[in-house]
Design a protein around this ligand. Structure first.
Ligand SMILES: *[C@@H]1O[C@H](CO)[C@@H](O)[C@H](O)[C@H]1NC(C)=O
Ligand SMILES: *[C@@H]1O[C@H](CO)[C@@H](O)[C@H](O)[C@H]1NC(C)=O
Length: 185
């Protein structure tokens, strides 16, 4: 059976490989992202329906270009990560089960690392290093998977599982947008 962790690992390898071989034809850098293009972008992500729903419900996505979209999604990833990290910090003192407590503590480290990965992704993006942006977003995606593994089989708070899923899905969108940006250089 393929474990969750190795699933994440393989997914990120595949996405990095995709990054290297893909020659995207859509969206042009300074042209507004249309809703058709949102569908095209989302169809390349790990979870297309999550992606469409998120991008359609996020203000600004319909009136921006690809770089603007990248910035919006990086910001979403950041705010998600900090919300989940706050949630983990509030769970730790309330948890008496020592094994569960330990897994929360380890998740808090994974989320600290995801936060630095996303900081790096953002600075790579600003410098036009879209390959670096892809690698860092893939690192943050792996941290979400690692945290999920930590809580495997434990009565973890459902909000943590949701946080991991959300971060995974959002990072999956960043990977695709970074690929497209790289291709339009
Ligand atoms: C977080 O990153 C640091 C520095 O790269 C590393 O030493 C540490 O093991 C990482 N923590 C986790 C939980 O992966
Ligand atoms: C992550 O962000 C999305 C979009 O803002 C939101 O719908 C979702 O609830 C957030 N998840 C967490 C765990 O904060």
């Amino acid at each position: 059976m393929v474990s969750f962790k190795s699933y994440f690992f393989q997914a990120s390898i595949v996405l990095v490989l995709l990054f290297m071989i893909m020659t995207p034809s859509l969206p042009r850098l300074h042209v507004q992202v249309s809703s058709g293009e949102i569908n095209d972008i989302c169809s390349m992500t790990l979870n297309p329906s999550y992606c469409v729903e998120l991008l359609q419900s996020t203000p600004g996505t319909a009136t921006t270009d690809l770089k603007g979209l990248a910035k919006i999604i990086l910001d979403l990833a950041h705010s998600n990560t900090s919300k989940t990290l706050d949630q983990i910090h509030s769970l730790i003192p309330k948890t008496t089960d020592p094994i569960l407590k330990e897994s929360y503590q380890s998740c808090s480290e994974h989320y600290d690392n995801a936060t630095s990965d996303l900081d790096e992704a953002e600075s790579d993006f600003k410098q036009g290093d879209y390959f670096g942006m892809n690698i860092q977003a893939s690192g943050a995606l792996d941290e979400a998977g690692d945290c999920n593994d930590e809580t495997e089989g434990l009565p973890a708070d459902p909000s943590l599982r949701k946080g991991n899923q959300d971060l995974k899905n959002i990072c999956g969108i960043i990977l695709v947008v970074a690929n497209l940006l790289n291709g339009s250089n």
